[in-house]
Design a protein around this ligand. Sequence first.
Ligand code: APR
Length: 245
Amino acid sequence: MTTSAEQRAVHLLVLTGAGISADSGVRTFRDHGGLWEGQRPEDVATPQAWRRDRRLVWRFYQQRRAQLGEVSPNPAHAALADLERQAKLAGGAFTLVTQNVDDLHERAGSQPIHMHGELAWLRCERCERRVRDLEHLSPDEFVPCPACGHDALRPDIVWFGEMPYHMDAIELALASCTHFVAIGTSGQVWPAAGFLAAARDLGARTFVQSLDAPENLDPRDEFVPGRAAQAVPKLSKSLLAGFGL
Ligand code: APR
């Protein structure tokens, strides 16, 4: 038996992937026959590709950076911002981790941990200066580093083979969360694919929302199929109701 003081305070940890932005018109990575906008991911999203063919990689990311101006948050992004407000008002904790590099969570009012970087930022490989830039969107012109003059900043994106950002903060959140919710992620890319099992093993209740059952789904997870824009607002309501809110 536990007293209420011994029970863990509610801490919701939400992990989002490309599926949540799909309903805003941003294409996912592994749908459409496994091609990433017609390119194999390994041709554009690796440090080797950047060294081999900087122009191809830059054109690809410049298209995605320009696309940010054409898309808007959908009801799933809005529901998560609202869920955070309500959970915190009730004294709970809330952490949002995203694998997405778009800024749709921010535009809906959240402050996610971007474990795979952000399209809105560029980074200098020579002096490590990071620059927020959504003005220089030409597919053909590189942006020089304003700090050291290096000829081409790279997208501040975590490519295959690179270490995701903010892993210490994410591991702390995994260790303390009481509820873990994965939304729109295929469960194929590590280390994010391991968060669901880690949270489950550490005692959290686990929920998975996606169009298709992801590879890492377990019978102990509560699976909520459907499109994020419809399913996430409903799931948020039922989570809040479960907390008595
Ligand atoms: N609503 C909910 N889920 C959806 C929707 C939708 N409208 N559309 C697609 N999905 C689901 C798909 O069923 C799939 O399981 O979203 C998932 C998208 O999977 P991926 O394209 O693999 O995206 P993600 O898991 O975010 O990829 C992880 O891989 O390429 C790298 O760094 C990149 O962050 C990315 C990482």
